[in-house]
Design a protein around this ligand. Sequence first.
Ligand SMILES: Nc1ncnc2c1ncn2[C@@H]1O[C@H](COP(=O)(O)OP(=O)(O)OP(=O)(O)O)[C@@H](O)[C@H]1O
Ligand SMILES: [Mg+2]
Length: 380
Amino acid sequence: MTLRDLVNAKSVIVCVGSGGVGKTTVAAAIALWAAVGGRRVLCLTIDPARRLAQSLGLTEMRGEEQEISRSFFDAAGLDPKGSLHAAMLDPKRTFDALIEKYASSEEARDRILGSKLYHHVSAVLAGTQEYMAMEKLYAVRGSQEFDLVVLDTPPTSNALDFLDAPQRMVSAIDSPAVRWFMNAYRGIGPGGAFGVVSRGASFILRGLSRFTGAGFLEDMSRFVTDLSGLFGGFRERAVQVYESMRAPDVAFAIVTSPDPMAINEAIYFSDRLAEGQMARDAFIVNRVRPRRPAPRVSAPADIAERIGESMRLVADPVTFGRHLVQNFTDYRVLGDIDQREIKRLKERCGAGPTYAEVPAFDEDVHDLRALTRVNAHLFA
Ligand SMILES: Nc1ncnc2c1ncn2[C@@H]1O[C@H](COP(=O)(O)OP(=O)(O)OP(=O)(O)O)[C@@H](O)[C@H]1O
Ligand SMILES: [Mg+2]
C-alpha cells in the first residue's frame, strides 16, 4: 500500500517517533494533503513551532478545533476539495474534560476542578501528556464531522512512552501511595477526628495536621474521596483508549531521521507496535541528505579551470578547488550514510510497511507552501 492509499483509506493516522524528528511537520503535511484531496480532516497537533502554528491560524485558542480559513490556502495557491481543522492538544484541558465526564456529581466535579490540590495532581497526571493525546483522539473519534484524524504525538525521548501511557496512567492511579492516602484519609471525620484508620496512618496524619492544620487535611480528604470516585471510570477508559489504537482503521506512521540512533529507535518502536498487535503501516524518513552523483571533474586544477572567470576573485584557485572537492566529497559521504541507514531500516522491517523519504530542506518547514513541498516527496 502506498502512503496515498493509506491516507485515503484510514480514519486515524498516528505520527510517532523520537524527539525532534519531524512528527509535527509530517502530521501537518499529511493532514494538508488529505484535505486538499477532498477529505474532512482534523489535525491534532502538539506544540507546533510558532511559525507553523501561525501559518495554520492556530495562535489564539488552545484545545478547540479551528478550521483553517480559505485565505491561508489561497495564499499558498491551494484549492482544497475537503476541509482542514486543527487543534493544539492541551493536556490540562483534556484532563479537565475527563473529570467533567467521570465525576460522580456536579458538586464533586466543581470541588475537584476548584481544588488547589487538583492543580498539583493534574500537573502530575497531565504529565502523561502521551496519554492525553490518545485520550483526545478517542474523544473526537466518534465525531461525524471528520473523515480523518491525524494525531501528532508529544516529544518523548523514548517513543515507547507513548504506547505505555495508558498503562502508566492506570499505575499512577493504582499506585500504593495513592491507595494509602485514599484509605488513610477516608478515616478522617469532621473536624479532623481520625476514625477507622490504621494506627500507623493516623500517627502520620496527626503529625501532618500539626503542620498543615486540620482544615487542609479535610480538604485533602474530600478531594481524594471525590477523585477516587473517578478512578474506576478512568481505569476502564484507559483500557478502552488503548484498545482503540488497535482498530483496523488506525494507522501508525513511524517518523524518523536517518540518524543511526533514530533508526534504531524506529525499529524498536516498530517491534513494540507489532507486539501490541498494532499496525505499523508507514515509515517516514525525514531530513534525508541528498544522494549526489560522482563529480565529473575532480582534480582541483580542472575545477579551477572550469570555474574560470569567477576564479579570478580567488587568490589561490587550486587550493580553493581542493576545498571544493573535499566539501563535495563530504556531502556525498553523508548522503551515502543516510542511504545505508534507510536500507538497514528496510531490511529489518520488511516489505510490509510503506516507506517514504523527505529530504532535508535548507529552511524549516513553517507554512502551507513548505508543507506542500514536503508532500511532493511524501506522496510522490
Ligand atoms: N525535512 C525538513 N527539512 C528542514 N527542516 C525540517 C524538516 N522537517 C522538519 N523540519 C524542521 O525541524 C524542526 C522540528 O520539526 P518538528 O517540530 O516537526 O519535529 P517533532 O518531531 O515534532 O519535534 P518534537 O519531538 O519536539 O515535537 C521544525 O523547525 C521543522 O520546521
Ligand atoms: Mg512535535
